[in-house]
Design a protein around this ligand. Structure first.
Ligand code: CP3
Length: 321
């Protein structure tokens, strides 16, 4: 389940308070390993998701990143070409070492049938936060920057591509079974920009990763890609794609599931609603994707107010209980 470790769990909220700050939680392997395992103990999901955040890369590049309670992430925005060129070319791996240690701590605590999933943010999405300094409704600041200063923006994307290759390679070395590339803000890009800032960097990351780790398994998640998802799977050599809840399932079945595995795509609000609405939504997804490779999941992250009983109901339904 996307964002399966998080605020909807009381055991998470307790540890989050104990850690003090969100980044402390991410960079303390004992805490991060515990949070990674919490949803596995409770729900026996098929996959444990490394507990971290996509914004650890800007943090490791020296940008100030804060997570204010109830506000989401806040970064000191990059507003000029000079600010981009001042970023180091390579992140200091000592900063990321605790994350690899979390993976090494979690791995032996999982049984053989539970996958360990690593991840990183896709360059476009990470860049949108680096430029705007926060999430906005349509990530206009980064879109504008990319139109006005495409060369500088490309240098930022290149840095993120190179660092993501190293970061994901090291996650595999530490023990993950597969990784997901989160392009949460892919859907705000028009087709040509989608190709340039979402598809091309993702392809470079997967190719680069496989030069170090041939056969490394990668799930792409260009959220909101719509019909561009067909171009994405044609060009980015992923093993699977995650699909958001807005996607047309007939299109995904015919054009996507025929090439790669599909993961998704329950509306997190259907999970929040629960009851018959949830049952119907689960059944229709299982029906629509039954004839090809499929991983049941949410179409985006679980909402913090989701009742635990609804997660249990969803799981029982998916597992035929
Ligand atoms: O089980 C898991 O999936 C947990 C690991 C995880 C987190 N963030 C923990 C987290 C993962 C895979 C992410 C990815 C992430 N982070 C994305 C891409 C996926 C997506 O959901 O779109 C993005 C865009 C971010 C950046 C980010 N981090 C945002 C926008 C927020 C605020 C979210 C909110 O609901 O307030 C965060 C904080 C964050 N990352 C939380 C968690 C559990 C909540 C922090 C808290 O208050 O404890």
């Amino acid at each position: 389940m996307m964002r399966q470790a998080g605020r909807y769990l009381p055991e998470y909220r307790q540890l989050r308070e104990q850690a003090g700050s969100f980044l402390k939680l991410c960079f303390t392997p004992e805490f991060a390993a515990e949070v990674t395992l919490q949803p596995i103990r409770r729900f026996h999901f098929d996959g444990a998701i490394l507990f971290s955040d996509i914004l650890v890369i800007p943090h490791a590049l020296g940008q100030t990143v804060r997570f204010e309670a109830g506000e989401g992430p806040r970064l000191d925005p990059l507003t000029s070409e000079q600010a981009i060129d001042r970023l180091p070319l390579a992140v200091d791996q000592a900063i990321l070492a605790p994350i690899y240690q979390t993976i090494k701590t979690v791995k032996p605590q999982l049984d053989a049938k539970t996958a360990l999933l690593g991840f990183c943010g896709a360059p476009w999405t990470v860049a949108t936060y680096m430029i705007a300094g926060q999430g906005t409704s349509d990530q206009a600041p980064a879109r504008l920057f990319a139109y006005e200063k495409p060369k500088a923006f490309a240098r930022l994307i290149d840095r993120l591509v190179e660092n993501s290759i190293v970061y994901l390679t090291k996650q595999f070395e530490a023990g993950v079974d597969a990784v997901q590339l989160f392009d949460t803000w892919a859907g705000v890009l028009p087709p040509e920009e989608f190709t340039r800032w979402c598809i091309e960097p993702a392809a470079r990351i997967v190719d680069g990763l496989r030069r170090h780790r041939p056969g490394a398994r990668v799930i792409g998640f260009p959220r909101g890609a719509g019909a561009m998802l067909a171009d994405y799977v044609k060009t980015v050599p992923v093993n699977a794609v995650s699909v958001d809840w807005m996607a047309d399932r007939a299109f995904v079945r015919e054009r996507i599931q025929s090439r790669v595995a599909v993961q998704g795509n329950l509306d997190p609000l259907a999970l929040l609603a629960g009851g018959d609405a949830l049952d119907r939504a689960v059944d229709s997804i299982l029906q629509d994707f039954r004839d090809g490779p499929f991983i049941f999941n949410l179409g985006h992250g679980i909402l913090p107010s989701t009742p635990i009983a609804h997660v249990e109901r969803m799981l029982a339904r998916v597992r035929g209980g």
